[in-house]
Design a protein around this ligand. Structure first.
Ligand code: TYD
Ligand code: MG
Length: 455
């Protein structure tokens, strides 16, 4: 047996290959678990050029033209925004997310919209039966002519049909359940996922088909197997949301055709996903009027400021170590901010349980929400409400200083549009006056902010 046709042993997490069986040294070194390598037999034959790829030659840069209509708007505004203004012909988009978050629903709705502007669209359902998808389509009220449904798991069969069907949009639901018969490993294995991804990439590029792949995410938050796909595809989107909240966020983590800062916001309703054009209004809808512990903060998502309601509850702890429970924000960050509040502003939290939550299932990821967290905790401790028309913005440092944040003007404009009248912002941010019709007050320290808001 020559080295060429010997088996390789491959890690199913990261794709590491070894000539010997054992566990993956890369995953172990990265602090991960012991991952067993899986044997892969060589393929019988391998053509050097993948089918469907036209031969290309080097050409001078100035001679390369771009077609204007290369981008197709799907008609779902929130999706188009995240894609960078529509989906690009011949591009490969991976949509990852937990099972049940609504990936199939989103793509079926996108398929309908796409089929209206660029038919036909082929929806390959490798996970559910045609009847199951039909049921979902009925629920969503979808009966578009240009939308073709195909329950098929063998990707070579799909490939063989592409010339006859000539779809302009292709959806593979999911990449973990399709397979290429010439490979020995099971669907969902790294080898299958990578080779299926590569095959779809050549087909998408060669035939100019806008292609979407669904990928499931593991408990650890990585795209199972498809981690190897993230490098290959043009765009990676994550669809996130809490199962028991209606709110869903579509986020770009990689985009060869646009920015990765934009988010799309949806609400899962009876009739499918509904775009949320005004996320701030959505999050603030159920805000109690002037309740202690409730503060409105601003989170900048790309170019989009989203206002969120932060809630804190501080209560006398029973015996033992007091509890710190955080939902929708970084746990360690909150612990740090509570320590700053105690040490720099003299709010004794050592014997208090503290619970912090972002209302409506939202998330704050930015340090600009720091001051809001501190104020919410102090407000609950003192049992004194923060006025309902105030926005609180600022990063907090370990010495209790309030530091400048990016994009303040955008945040203030959004707050003014939603009827807020005042804002507490970092002192160093107010050097230039705002155009928003808000009463802006700069503060340099946490203590100053507390004095201004809670007296
Ligand atoms: P689904 O798109 O199947 O999720 P995924 O493909 O990511 O696994 O949908 C998941 C959930 O959405 C399912 O539990 C039911 C719910 N749902 C609605 O609430 N309204 C609807 O109109 C649809 C189609 C689904
Ligand atoms: Mg699904």
């Amino acid at each position: 047996m020559t080295a060429r046709d010997a088996s390789v042993y491959r890690c199913q997490e990261c794709g590491f290959a070894s000539p010997k069986p054992g566990t993956c040294p890369d995953c172990r070194r990265a602090g991960g678990s012991w991952v067993q390598l899986v044997e892969e037999r060589p393929r019988a034959s391998r053509t050097t050029r993948r089918a469907g790829a036209p031969a290309a030659r080097p050409r001078p840069l100035k001679d390369i033209s771009m077609e204007r209509d290369d981008r197709v708007r799907t008609g779902i505004g929130e999706l188009d925004r995240v894609l960078g203004g529509g989906v690009v012909r011949g591009s490969l988009v991976l949509i990852g997310g937990d099972p049940g978050v609504g990936k199939s629903t989103l793509l079926l709705q996108a398929a309908r919209a796409l089929a209206q502007v660029a038919p036909p669209v082929l929806y390959v359902t490798a996970e559910e039966s045609a009847a199951q998808v039909k049921m979902r389509a009925d629920r969503l009220g979808i009966s578009t002519d240009g939308l073709l449904l195909w329950p098929e798991t063998d990707l070579s069969v799909v490939q063989a049909q592409l010339d006859a069907v000539k779809p302009r949009g292709l959806i593979i639901d999911s990449i973990q359940t399709v397979f290429l018969p010439e490979l020995e490993s099971a669907p969902g294995s790294v080898t299958q996922v990578r080779e299926c991804g590569a095959r779809l990439m050549t087909l998408a590029k060669g035939l100019g088909i806008a292609t979407f792949l669904v990928g499931h995410v593991t408990k650890e938050g990585a795209l199972a197997g498809p981690r190897v796909l993230e490098h290959l595809v043009d765009t990676v989107l994550y669809f996130e949301g809490e199962r028991h909240h209606a709110y869903r966020v579509l986020r770009a983590v990689k985009n060869r055709f646009g920015s990765t800062n934009e988010i799309g916001v949806f609400e899962m309703a009876e009739g499918g996903l509904v775009e949320v054009k005004n996320p701030s209004g959505f999050f603030l809808a159920e805000r109690p009027a002037e309740a202690p512990g409730s503060v409105v903060v601003s989170s900048l998502e790309g170019t989009r400021p989203v206002l969120l309601e932060l809630q804190a509850l501080v209560a006398q702890a029973a015996v033992g170590t007091p509890r710190r429970t955080v939902l929708g924000a970084d746990y360690n960050r909150v612990c740090l901010l509570l320590a700053v509040l105690e040490k720099r502003a003299g709010v004794p939290l050592g014997s208090q349980d503290v619970f912090v939550n972002v209302a409506g299932g939202g998330r704050v990821t930015e340090p600009a929400a720091d001051l809001g967290i501190v104020v919410a905790a102090a407000s609950s401790y003192m049992d004194r409400a923060v006025p309902g028309d105030v926005l609180v913005v600022g990063e907090v440092g370990l010495t209790g200083e309030v530091r400048a944040v990016a994009g303040l003007e955008l945040r203030l404009r959004e707050a003014a549009a939603l009827g807020f009248r005042r804002a507490i912002v970092p002192q160093s941010n107010v050097l230039e006056p705002t155009k928003a019709s808000l009463d802006v007050r700069g503060v340099a320290t946490v203590a100053e902010a507390l004095a201004a808001l809670l007296g």
